[in-house]
Write a protein that binds this ligand. Structure first.
Ligand SMILES: [Cu+2]
Length: 293
């Protein structure tokens, strides 16, 4: 291969790597996300990445130049000096500066990530084998979020359904968590059986849900939309089948949704509590509850 051909091949590889955002399914990098914290995490990741690139180019460059230009066949003679204060100072100070440059924003982001004070809404998340429960303690709303039926059917052995035909295969649920946009939401995390972990890449949050413990995290999403994540702690047979789906909606829409949940939960509660000794009684009771609501 001639040098010009090699050069154009290299340009092609670099060009296809930089056009990765166009091929979303192909993306190798982490997502930039939709929260201020996720942007900070992404920027830090890229900072570390570029510093590593420069370090790699300098270190490997020096190595290859030394190997090529100072090889024995060219008559090179190895230097025989011992100890060099100058070199030692340089290779101590440069990594020290790099570490400080990386540690400062990292510490700042870590502290911000842990500060769940002044939250406007609280949601309790409980992990189960193999689903999530979402509770809004302030309004008493509570529901389970399980793998969507299309995925559930397709994943069965010999189901005959091609998973490629299922939209968001294994990343869809029957009832997603709903939260309002531009609102600081505190998430309380626990589990009811084994350790699970709640992960939402677009929000840059991930924490273990541990039985008997309450872990906290928070998020404030800047854009409405549907976001998908997964349980990320191997929690048993169906670990791969308990996705996390969060629907972020406008504040007014959220209030409407929450009110509807409160109402439907009230109806269910009254139905469960009404005396239902016979079928007739049950029908009468449900008619009464429906009329009252
Ligand atoms: Cu799990």
């Amino acid at each position: 291969m001639s040098i010009s051909k090699r050069f154009s091949a290299a340009v092609f590889v670099i060009a296809s790597l930089t056009s990765i955002p166009a091929l979303a399914d192909w993306a190798l990098n982490m997502p930039r996300g939709v929260t201020d914290i996720s942007h900070k995490v992404f920027d830090m990741h890229m900072l570390a990445f570029w510093i590593m690139c420069v370090v790699a180019v300098v270190v490997f460059g020096a190595m290859f130049i030394s190997i090529l230009n100072h090889r024995k066949s060219k008559g090179a003679k190895a230097a025989d000096f011992h100890e060099s204060v100058a070199v030692e100072v340089v290779w101590t100070i440069i990594p020290f500066i790099i570490l400080i440059v990386l540690a400062l924003p990292a510490a700042r982001t870590l502290i911000a990530q842990e500060d769940d004070s002044n939250a406007e809404l609280t949601v309790k998340i409980t992990g189960y084998q193999w689903k999530w429960q979402y509770e809004y303690p302030e309004s008493g709303v509570s529901f389970f979020s399980s793998l969507a039926e299309e995925s559930r059917n397709a994943r069965r052995l010999d189901s005959g359904i091609d998973p490629n035909t299922i939209e968001n295969y294994l990343l869809d649920v029957d009832k997603p968590l709903v939260i309002p946009v531009d609102t600081k939401v505190r998430l309380l995390l626990t589990a009811n059986d084994v350790i699970h972990s709640w992960w939402m890449p677009e929000f840059a949050i991930k924490k273990d849900a541990i039985p008997g413990f309450i872990n906290t995290m928070w998020t404030k999403v800047n854009e409405t939309g549907t976001y998908r994540g997964q349980c990320t702690e191997l929690c048993g047979r169906d670990h791969g089948f308990m996705p996390v789906v969060v629907k972020v909606v406008e504040k007014a829409e959220f209030n409407q949704w929450l009110a509807a949940q409160v109402e439907s939960q009230d109806v269910q509660k009254q139905l469960a509590e009404a005396p239902q000794d016979t079928v007739e009684d049950a029908e009468k009771a449900s008619a009464k509850v429906i009329a009252a609501n």
